[in-house]
Design a binder for this molecule. Structure first.
Ligand code: AHR
Length: 528
């Protein structure tokens, strides 16, 4: 080989070396986890759910009736209950949503054959038998071990109607409503953990101005009460006001300003906000099946706006409430895709893919980082609607990738946030820039440290190298959720395509190393 040949070979070698160094530098993410600086509690209510009377969310998805051939307990599907028990659902918001401001609770109590059929004009104008009403919802809460979060009707109801509903549910003294509940088979008062005062009152809840809503809020907060004696001093019901479903903060300003000067006669404990991931805006158009990496990155970019959205609202809340007495309650969030073809578009049916699982993890991590203010959230929705945990078709049931994320995150419920410092790296795709990695850590009540790592990269694995302050890690184990494609889904025929599987992680000299697969959600526990 002559001199110029040697130079060419050398150049190629140097180029390869540079690429290898760049690649390995890019592909190892170092995490510094400081367990000596605990943060806020990650309230278990952050993992709440939303079950509106919409499409097949309640009817068929949860309620099949006591005479159904589908195995059930007092009309509620056993398969769905068992699945929900495993994810320890802390609270369920019901009956809506937009439906809440059209719901008249009296139509849903008493003997099933005496209940009137009504129209669900919020969602498709379909006939509602009202066979799933208050007592059935409370039974559902009992069966899955969850707390009720009821939304009262401000839009087309009255304070009196709402007050009587709360009395029906919670009275222990022998009032007419208490006796009516007892006659319906429920002598003991129910515990109601949360009450939402209206829903999206700036739109489907009555298209109110902020000032008008505030005047209603004061009245409902004053006159609608939980009268269960066991919730008088401890475990009091939290009252949640309507907040915005848009980044602008005028509505939050109006509610928080009113709250700041409230007198003894009324109060609130939370402000609800709604923020959906709709990468193409409204009307929604992202497909929930058969999409590619471009749609995946676009959707993740869009979902990360949740962080900015919360910061904007929190800045206003901090101004009026620096002690963070009022919780920010994100009681509707999740991916809202185009309806699946062949379904009723008013039933909001969409498939749930690996993309949605990654999206769920990113949002849960954002909520955990905001845990000092965000103390409750409700993903929309629980069964068969939007970003569902569960899908059913007659006797069949399938658990979605999002369900498995909720299952993997159970250890984070009520755990204490632990800061993780890292450079996430960047991912450039189709003109979109994303972080490659996201991570959170938390310590549970037994002192065990839990680490979650999301790899957003659709193609490349990432090496993780983690060091700890304030604990000596001895061993690690965990699970990862991924699949072959960003649009991989679980179906009734193939229910196990996207399921968690064990991941290998090693701890040497107190440092944790593992490889996280592309487009994956990984949860690791560390033994000390
Ligand atoms: O979750 C579906 C709907 O989205 C809810 O009913 C409403 O509150 C929101 O606009």
């Amino acid at each position: 080989m002559n001199f110029s040949g040697v130079r060419i070979v050398l150049r190629i070698f140097l180029l390869m070396l540079t690429c290898a160094v760049a690649l390995s530098a890019q592909e190892t993410v170092h995490l510094s986890i400081d367990a000596s600086k605990p943060g806020a509690k990650i309230d278990r209510n952050i993992f709440g759910q939303f079950a509106e009377n919409l499409g097949h969310g309640l009817y068929e998805g949860i309620w099949v009736g006591p005479d159904s051939l589908i195995p059930n307990t007092r009309g509620i599907r056993n398969d769905v209950v068992t699945a929900l028990q495993a994810i320890k659902v802390p609270n369920v918001r019901w009956p809506g949503g937009c439906f809440a401001d059209q719901y008249h609770w009296r139509k849903g109590i008493g003997p099933a054959d005496k209940r009137p059929a009504t129209l669900n004009s919020a969602w498709g104008g379909v006939v509602d038998t009202n066979s799933f009403g208050t007592d059935e919802f409370m039974d559902f809460m009992l069966q899955i071990g969850s707390q009720p979060y009821v939304s009262v009707n401000v839009g087309s109801g009255t304070p009196q109607e709402a007050s009587e509903w709360l009395e029906y549910m919670t009275a222990a003294a022998p009032t007419a409503l208490e006796k009516e509940r007892a006659a319906n088979g429920h002598p003991d008062p129910y515990k109601v953990g949360f009450m939402g005062i209206g829903n999206e009152s700036w739109s489907c809840g009555g298209d109110m101005t902020a000032d008008y809503y505030v005047s209603q809020l004061k009245i409902y907060s004053r006159f609608v009460d939980n009268v269960n004696p066991s919730q008088k001093n401890a475990n009091q019901m939290l009252k949640i006001a309507v907040g915005p479903g848009f980044p602008e903060t005028e509505w939050t300003e109006a509610v928080m300003k009113a709250w700041k000067s409230h007198d003894w006669s009324w109060n609130i404990d939370g402000l609800s906000v709604h923020w959906y991931t709709t990468p193409n805006g409204w009307p929604v158009s992202t497909p929930s099946v058969g999409f590619g990496v471009e749609d995946y990155t676009k959707t993740l970019k869009s979902t990360l706006f949740m962080d900015d959205f919360l910061r904007k609202q929190e800045a206003v809340m901090d101004k009026y409430d620096p002690e963070k007495k009022i919780a920010l309650v994100v009681d509707e969030w999740g991916a809202w895709h185009a309806p699946l073809s062949g379904t009723n578009k008013d039933f909001l049916v969409q498939q749930n893919s690996l993309r949605d699982a990654v999206l769920a993890a990113l949002n849960l991590n954002i909520f955990a980082r905001h845990a000092d203010r965000v103390r409750m959230t409700n993903i929309a929705q629980m069964v068969n609607v939007l970003q569902a945990m569960i899908m059913t078709d007659k006797e069949k049931m399938v658990l979605t990738p999002t369900y498995y994320v909720y299952k993997m995150y159970v250890p984070f419920q009520d755990a204490t946030f632990v800061p993780v410092d890292f450079d996430p790296g960047t991912l450039h795709r189709d003109g979109i820039t994303l972080p490659r990695i996201d991570a959170i850590a938390a310590k549970d009540s037994s002192g065990k440290l839990w680490l979650e790592i999301t790899n957003l990269d659709p193609e490349k694995p990432v090496e993780i190298d983690a060091g700890f302050t304030g604990l000596t890690a001895k061993s690690a184990k965990g699970e990862t959720l991924t699949a072959s494609a960003v649009d991989s889904v679980n179906t009734f025929e193939k229910p196990s395509t996207v399921m968690p599987k064990p991941v290998s992680a090693s701890v040497k000299n107190g440092r944790l190393t593992l490889t996280v697969e592309p487009k994956s959600v990984t949860v690791i526990s560390l033994e000390q």
